[in-house]
Design a protein around this ligand. Structure first.
Ligand code: FUC
Length: 777
C-alpha cells in the first residue's frame, strides 16, 4: 500500500505538469500528432522527378538515393543568368494611344503588331534560373543489397536512405539546415570500418572548376551569358582515412562520416552583384565544421519544427499510408480512397513552403528552388498571371505567415523597376508588373504582345499584402507595406482608359491570360483593379492616410466595366459577349473574382456566382497541374466539395500513367506536374483542400463549407482565418463535432456551419470552444 501511495505521489507532479501544459499550450507549442508523414520508396530515384527535395529557403537539393552511387543535385537560389538590367523600353509610351485606338477599332492583329514592334520589354526575353552543382558518392561493392528504403520525413525535414550489404547496415541522412546554412550528409555503417566511398563535386556548367584539399572540395561555376559566379565547398569529417585521389576524396575504413556543403554567389540584390562568395562560403563552413553532427541535426529539427508543428491535419488512415508513395499515387488514380494521402499532400505543401520560402530568401519560383537544367521550362522564374500568386495561396491559412515575406520583398523590388516601366510604357506614376518577373526584377511586357501585355501583375501581387494583414491583423506591417498598395493603385488610377464604345473605364491594352490575344477590357483586370482600389481605401482608412486619394478611388470604382453575364449564361471573359463554350483553356482568369478574390459570392452576387459556375463547366475538368488546382479552389467556393474532390483526384494521379498518357497530376515525389514540374499545383492543391474545410473571405468563418463525401471524418488544428483567428475543429460522419477558436487580435468573430451562425466578441489571446452545433462549451 505504502509503495502504491509513494508511486502515486511520485506520479502526481508529472500528472499535474501534463495537465498544466495541455491547458496552457499555445498552438505553436502543440505536439505534432504522429501520423505517418513520410514520403517513402523501396527503390532509388532514376529521374529527377523521383528524387526527394530538401531545402532551407535558399539552399536546396534533390536526393536520388542510389546504392552504388548517390547523386545529390543542388541549387542556391540566387544563381541566375543575366545581370542587373532595366527592362523598361524607353519611348514605348508613345505607342500606347495608337495601340488602344486599333483595339477600339477591332484591329487586334494590327494592335498586336504595333505593340510587338514598339511596346515590349528590352530585351524581349527575361533570363533563366540555373542549377548549381552535383554531389556524387560512389560506394564500392554495394551492388548486391537488400532492405532498401528511401524516405523523406516531413516531421523533421530529414531525407534518408538505408540498405544492407553483406549483413552490414548502411544509412545516409541528408537535410538542409536554415540555422547553419549548410546541407548536411551523414553516412554510417553498422560495422566498424565498413564505410568506403569516393566523394566529389561536379556541375553541368561549361565554365566550372573543382579544387580539392585534404578534406574538402570547392566548386566554382560561372553562368553563361551573365555576371554571376557561384562558389560551393564541401568538407568531410570522418573517423576513417581520407585521400585525395584524382580529384576525388577517397574515404576508406570509416564507420561514420559527415559532409557539410554550403554555396553562395555574388548576387546581393537586383542592382548589386558585388557579393563575395569566396569569403562567405568558408566563413559559413568554419562555423559548423567543428560541430558534432547530432548537434547540427538537432538545431535543424528544432528550427524546422517551430514552423511545421503549428498545424495538423488528419482525415484518418485506412492503412494505405504504409505503402510506397509512388504506389499510393497510382492506387489513388484507380480508387481515390486514401484519405491520409490527402492530408500528406497538404503537409507536403507546408514542407515545400518552409523549404523554399523563408524570411530573407527569394520567393518560390515556378520550381520552388529546385532546378537541374541550364534552360529550365519557362526559365524557372516567376510567372505572375497565376503561378507566383498560387505559390502563396495557402501560406496564411496553413500557419506559415512569415514564409509569405519573400513575396513582399519581391513586390518592394518591383515597385522600383515597375515604376520605370509605368513611366516609360504608360506615362503613369506608381508601378506596374506584367506577366513575368525574373531575379533582375524585370517588370516590362515580355515574349509576345498577345500575352505579355497583361496588366494585372501589380494589382494581384498587392492583394497579398492585404491578405497578410487580414490574417495577422498586424497594423505595423500594413503601415510598412501600404505604400506598395497605394503606388499600384496610383498607377491604375492613371492607366484606366475610358472606352469610347461603352463609356466604362477599362484596362487597355491587356489580355485575359493567355487566351484571346491582346484586347481592350478583359474581365479579370477589372476585378483586380476594383479589389485593389477597395483595399487601398480600407487600408488608408485604417492607417488614417491618403483621404483625398481614397475619395478619388471611390469615384472611379463604379465607372470600371462591371462583371457581365453573356448569352450562354456564362460570366463574360471579355467586354464583348464572345466566350466560346467549346474552348477548354487551362486559364480561368475571369473567375478571379470568385477565387482568390471574393467580389463574386453567394451572399452578394448569387447570379454572378451561377454565371461563373457556368463558365467553369464550359472550361471542363481537365487541365495542367495548376489549372486543376485552381479548379479545386473554385468548386470549393461554389460549395461543391464532391466536384472539388474529382479535381483533386486528377491532381493526385500519376503524371505519367501506365497507358502512356501524360497530363496534369503528380510525379512520384509528389511534385506537381504541369507537366513538366511546376510547384504551383502543390500549393494551389493544398489551398483547395483547405478551402473545402474552412473559408473566411466574407468577414465570417465558415466551417466545412465544401466537405466532400470522400472525407467524412477528420480534424484540423492551427488553421488560420482572416480576422486574426486560429482554429482547431473536428468532424465525424461528415458533421462538425467541435471547434475551438483562438483570437490573436480580439474583435468580432462570426462562425458559420451550415445554416447555423454564431457571433461573439473575442478578447485578444482568448480561446473559445463550441460543440458541433456551435453551442458554447
Ligand atoms: C503560364 C501558363 C503556363 C505555364 C507558365 C509557366 O504562362 O499559361 O501554363 O504555367 O505560365
Amino acid at each position: 500500500m505504502k509503495t502504491e501511495i509513494n508511486d502515486m505521489i511520485k506520479k502526481l507532479p508529472v500528472l499535474f505538469l501534463c495537465v498544466t501544459l495541455t491547458f496552457c499550450a499555445k498552438p505553436k507549442e502543440r505536439e505534432k500528432q504522429k501520423e505517418n508523414l513520410d514520403l517513402q520508396y523501396i527503390e532509388a530515384a532514376e529521374k529527377w522527378t523521383e528524387a526527394l527535395p530538401i531545402g532551407n529557403g535558399s539552399l536546396g537539393a534533390m536526393i536520388y538515393g542510389g546504392v552504388a552511387q548517390e547523386h545529390i543535385q543542388f541549387n542556391e537560389e540566387t544563381l541566375w543568368r543575366g545581370q542587373p538590367h532595366d527592362y523598361a523600353h524607353e519611348g514605348a509610351g508613345k505607342y500606347l494611344g495608337g495601340i488602344r485606338e486599333l483595339l477600339t477599332e477591332g484591329k487586334q492583329l494590327e494592335a498586336q503588331k504595333l505593340a510587338q514592334d514598339h511596346f515590349m520589354s528590352d530585351p524581349i526575353k527575361q533570363i533563366h534560373y540555373q542549377p548549381f552543382g552535383d554531389i556524387y558518392i560512389d560506394f564500392k561493392d554495394h551492388d548486391n543489397f537488400k532492405n532498401y528504403k528511401r524516405e523523406l520525413n516531413l516531421n523533421n525535414a530529414v531525407g534518408s536512405v538505408s540498405y544492407t550489404v553483406n549483413d552490414v547496415d548502411y544509412k545516409r541522412e541528408v537535410f538542409s539546415s536554415f540555422p547553419d546554412q549548410v546541407i548536411a550528409i551523414h553516412l554510417t555503417a553498422s560495422k566498424a570500418k565498413a564505410l568506403n566511398f569516393d566523394l566529389w563535386l561536379d556541375a553541368i556548367h561549361e565554365d566550372k572548376s573543382v579544387m580539392t584539399t585534404n578534406d574538402s572540395q570547392t566548386l566554382v561555376v560561372k553562368v553563361k551569358d551573365g555576371v554571376l559566379r557561384g562558389v560551393s565547398t564541401l568538407k568531410i569529417i570522418t573517423d576513417g582515412n581520407i585521400e585525395n585521389t584524382e580529384g576525388k576524396l577517397q574515404i576508406t575504413e570509416a564507420s561514420k562520416a559527415t559532409v557539410y556543403l554550403t554555396a553562395a554567389t555574388n548576387y546581393i540584390d537586383f542592382e548589386d552583384v558585388s557579393g563575395n562568395p569566396e569569403k562567405i562560403v568558408p566563413e559559413t563552413l568554419a562555423k559548423v565544421s567543428n560541430t558534432d553532427y547530432e548537434a547540427v541535426k538537432s538545431k535543424h529539427i528544432a528550427d524546422y519544427q517551430t514552423l511545421f508543428n503549428r498545424f495538423e491535419i488528419s482525415f484518418g488512415d485506412n492503412g494505405k499510408s504504409a505503402n510506397p508513395t509512388n504506389q499510393r499515387i497510382y492506387d489513388f488514380w484507380k480508387d481515390p480512397n486514401d484519405p491520409q494521402l490527402v492530408a500528406l499532400y497538404v503537409e507536403y505543401a507546408r514542407y515545400l513552403t518552409i523549404a523554399s520560402s523563408r524570411p530573407g530568401t527569394k520567393p518560390a519560383t515556378l520550381q520552388g528552388i529546385w532546378n537541374d537544367q541550364l534552360t529550365p521550362p519557362w526559365f524557372s522564374s516567376y510567372t505572375t498571371n497565376i503561378n507566383l500568386e498560387m505559390n502563396y495561396w495557402p501560406v496564411e491559412m496553413y500557419n506559415l505567415s512569415e514564409c509569405h515575406e519573400p513575396l513582399f520583398d519581391l513586390i518592394e523590388d518591383l515597385s522600383i523597376t515597375g515604376a520605370k516601366v509605368a513611366k516609360a510604357h504608360y506615362n503613369a506614376d506608381g508601378w506596374i508588373a506584367h506577366h513575368n518577373v525574373d531575379i533582375w526584377r524585370g517588370a516590362a511586357p515580355v515574349n509576345a504582345s498577345h500575352h505579355g501585355i497583361w496588366l494585372g501583375g501589380a494589382g494581384w501581387l498587392s492583394t497579398h499584402i492585404w491578405e497578410h494583414y487580414l490574417f495577422t491583423q498586424d497594423k505595423g506591417f500594413l503601415k510598412e507595406r501600404y505604400p506598395l498598395i497605394r503606388e499600384a493603385a496610383l498607377f491604375y488610377s492613371q492607366y484606366l482608359y475610358k472606352d469610347p464604345q461603352t463609356g466604362y473605364l477599362i484596362s487597355s491594352p491587356s489580355n485575359s491570360p493567355e487566351i484571346g490575344g491582346l484586347v481592350a477590357g478583359p474581365t479579370m483586370d477589372h476585378q483586380i483593379i476594383r479589389a485593389l482600389f477597395d483595399i487601398t481605401i480600407e487600408a488608408a482608412a485604417i492607417l488614417g492616410e491618403d483621404t483625398d486619394f481614397a475619395a478619388e478611388l471611390k469615384t472611379l470604382i463604379p465607372q470600371i466595366a462591371p462583371n457581365q453575364i453573356g448569352k450562354h449564361g456564362q460570366l463574360q471573359e471579355w467586354l464583348e459577349d464572345k466566350d466560346d463554350p467549346e474552348v477548354h483553356h487551362r486559364h480561368v482568369s475571369h473567375l478571379w473574382g470568385v477565387h482568390p478574390w471574393n467580389e463574386i459570392n453567394y451572399e452578394d452576387t448569387p447570379e454572378f456566382m451561377e454565371a461563373a459556375k457556368q463558365s467553369l463547366r464550359f472550361r471542363g475538368d481537365n487541365g495542367t497541374g495548376w489549372s486543376l488546382a485552381w479548379k479545386i479552389n473554385f468548386w470549393s467556393r461554389f460549395k461543391d466539395g464532391d466536384h472539388a474532390y474529382e479535381l483533386l483526384h486528377k491532381l493526385l494521379s500519376p503524371a505519367e500513367k501506365p497507358d502512356g498518357k501524360v497530363g496534369g497530376g503528380s510525379y512520384s515525389n509528389l511534385f506537381d506536374a504541369h507537366p513538366p514540374f511546376q510547384i504551383d499545383g502543390n500549393f494551389g492543391g493544398a489551398s483547395g483542400i483547405l478551402e473545402m474545410l474552412i473559408q473566411s473571405q466574407l468577414g465570417k468563418i465558415e466551417l466545412l463549407p465544401a466537405l466532400p463525401q470522400a472525407l467524412p471524418q477528420g480534424s484540423i488544428s492551427g488553421v488560420c482565418a482572416r480576422g486574426g483567428f486560429e482554429l482547431d475543429f473536428t468532424w465525424e460522419d461528415s458533421r462538425l463535432t467541435g471547434v475551438k477558436v483562438l483570437s490573436k487580435a480580439g474583435g468580432k468573430c462570426i462562425l458559420v456551419y451550415g445554416d447555423k451562425q454564431m457571433e461573439l466578441e473575442t478578447e485578444k489571446g482568448g480561446t473559445y470552444s463550441f460543440d458541433g452545433t456551435l453551442q458554447s462549451l
